[in-house]
Design a protein around this ligand. Structure first.
Ligand code: PEP
Length: 251
């Protein structure tokens, strides 16, 4: 199964979101080995959820949730509210949340747990900054983020979590990790997860960071990648359809 996840960031209100999902799904036929995830802004969740209804190969997700179930938290959206709007997935710890909004490892962990409690499938984003890569700290940073996000979860809960490896220096820059470098970090992540799961569990690990229709094939040729999380290149139908149509080599 290959997962193609579209993170629209702060783009596409309800009307535009509806139109985009409709035109993509009209041209992309369902396939058992492919899942399409749409992460629109919160105000567009209900519209996207309506459009994916009846397509077992497509789902809507929240870009962010707050960890408290309800209360006086002006401007926040709980996991339960996102679920009520039709989300079945939720991102946690996207690098823009961590680095533009100062979200801590600990807060990200609370968001993963809140998503699980609301029956949303969490997608935990992890990844190192450029200076961390250049000073050989990639593995340490990623493992620290995994531990803060997931420590203490039982293997059943862990099995419901998807990881997106998104090096910060690759997000929105046009510079993607090489397939080889991405796969190496995926192996570190897989090892960490395997040590906490029953033997034989296949955890889903996606790569994100300047994925485009031009580089998706070489990235997805790496069997370590279970899919891609895409920002800029998921914002229009042509480019997104190009990416989700990427052929994968036989395993
Ligand atoms: C993202 O927003 O998760 C992302 C990977 O963005 P981009 O594809 O634009 O680098």
């Amino acid at each position: 199964m290959t997962i193609f996840a579209a993170n629209w960031k702060m783009h596409h209100g309800p009307a535009g979101a509806r139109e985009l999902v409709r035109s993509v799904l009209a041209r992309v036929r369902p396939r058992e080995d492919r899942k399409l995830l749409f992460f629109p802004p919160a105000v567009s969740l209900a519209a996207v959820a309506e459009e994916v209804k009846g397509r077992h190969d497509a789902a809507a997700g929240a870009q962010n949730v707050y960890w408290e179930p309800k209360g006086a938290y002006t401007g926040e959206v709980s996991a339960a509210l996102a679920a009520e709007a039709g989300a079945t997935w939720a991102l946690a710890g996207h690098s823009e949340r961590r680095h533009k909004f100062g979200e801590t490892d600990e807060e990200t962990g609370k968001k993963v747990r809140a998503a699980l409690a609301a029956n949303l499938a969490p997608m935990l984003c992890v990844g190192e900054k450029l200076d961390e890569r250049e000073t050989g700290r990639t593995e340490g940073v990623v493992v620290r983020q995994l531990a803060a996000g997931l420590d203490g979860l039982d293997s059943g809960a862990l099995g419901r979590v998807t990881i997106a490896y998104e090096p910060v220096w690759a997000i929105g820059t046009g510079v993607n990790a090489t397939p080889r470098d991405a796969a190496a970090v995926h192996r570190t992540i897989r090892r960490w997860l395997s040590e906490r799961s029953p033997a034989g569990t296949r955890h889903r690990i996606l790569y994100g960071g300047s994925v485009s229709a031009a580089n998706a094939e070489s990235l997805l040729a790496e069997h370590e990648l279970d899919g891609v999380l895409v920002g800029g290149a998921s914002l229009d139908a042509e480019s997104w359809i190009g990416i989700v149509s990427t052929p994968r080599p036989e395993r």
